[in-house]
Write a protein that binds this ligand. Sequence first.
Ligand code: S3P
Length: 165
Amino acid sequence: MNDCIILIGFMGAGKTTVGKILAKDLGYDLIDTDTIIESRLNMKISDIFRDFGEAYFRKEEKAVIHGLSFNRPAVISCGGGSVLDSDNADILKAFGKIIYLKVSAETVCERTADDTSRPLLSKGNISELLKSRDEIYSKVCDFSIDTDCLKATEIADKIKKMLKY
Ligand code: S3P
């Protein structure tokens, strides 16, 4: 399968929301790696981090990505750290086009101000973390989109245009 659309980017970039819109518009399946991890372990992401730590979460994330299989094309919304692992990035690349939803630290702060579901955000290191990841996201992606000033529907439209749907 190489006609999936893979959404990557920082927490709060809108991957899940845009993924839902795209999947609906295109009649694709929607795969959300975090949702799969949560249902495999029957635990919230924040509880997995709290009880077992980040390394354990990353192992689960990798297992989920390596276990993906498709009958039909899908939109894959990836957890923000998933492509930091180059094996994960290689596998995802083979499934289709990778789109990086770019977002500024200010926007992430605004969107996630009351968010308690993302353990890595609580450490108050958003701009540092974003800076260190931007290079990787940019290297891994086929296309990137600046999303700060766009609505989710506009982002989905842009992606469809980029991919000539
Ligand atoms: C993470 C992002 C989260 C989730 C976990 C770790 C990250 O997903 O996978 O909290 O390392 O960026 P979202 O990007 O969907 O928030």
